[in-house]
Design a protein around this ligand. Structure first.
Ligand code: FES
Length: 197
């Protein structure tokens, strides 16, 4: 991380006594870029294009005028909101504004949560240990989530990841654990190597 990114890296407010410790390690962009200076940005035009493209789809998403966000729920799924393109393992593409993504590995309807986390008593407090490498922005953007076979959920695009305990990480491009085994949840720790073990 260079000096520019350090300027807006946000330290985590995290209790020393918390059991869900985490060491940074996820691949992140090598050179963070500054936020767009004007509202009429390239990103806005790309989003307009994205939204227009979805009109031929049966499940037409709305153009949400907020940034993409991911809520890490304790013992439950990853709740993503935004302008989302989801690419499943078989290559099928759907568009959505709201997804509840399994992160325990037990869903019979992957990548969507089907509440099987309750049956297996999935236990994870939803801690977020990674530092932000991007500045907060409120303008809408698109995000693409790709389900890797026997691997993580890879995402490309701006994403604010947060939990109800006041932690957050703002990043671009990364991989989210969906097997429930990563020690760096909600991120994949090992490029999917832990998923099949
Ligand atoms: S997180 Fe709900 S079924 Fe896996």
């Amino acid at each position: 991380m260079d000096d520019t990114s350090k300027a807006y890296a946000k330290p985590l407010s995290w209790s020393d006594s918390d059991p869900y410790e985490y060491s940074p390690g996820l691949d992140t962009p090598s050179a963070p870029e500054p936020a767009a200076k004007t509202h009429e940005s390239t990103g806005d035009k790309a989003l307009d294009r994205w939204f227009l493209e979805q009109r031929g789809n049966k499940r037409v998403p709305k153009r949400l005028d907020v940034a993409n966000e991911l809520l890490v729920t304790p013992g439950g799924p990853l709740k993503m909101t935004g302008n989302i393109t989801l690419i499943d393992e078989d290559g099928s593409v759907t568009h959505s504004n709201n997804l509840s993504l399994c992160r325990c590995g037990a869903s019979k309807n992957k990548p969507i949560c089907d509440d099987k986390h309750l049956d297996i008593e999935f236990f994870d407090g939803g801690a977020i240990g990674q530092m932000s490498d991007w500045m907060p922005v409120s303008r809408p953007q698109t995000i693409t989530v790709t389900c890797v076979k026997d691997g993580p959920l890879k995402f490309r695009g701006y994403l604010r990841i947060y939990n109800k305990r006041g932690q957050e990480c703002i990043t671009m491009n990364g991989a989210l654990c969906r097997c429930g085994k990563s020690s760096k949840k909600p991120f994949c720790e090992n490029k999917g190597q832990c998923c099949s073990s």
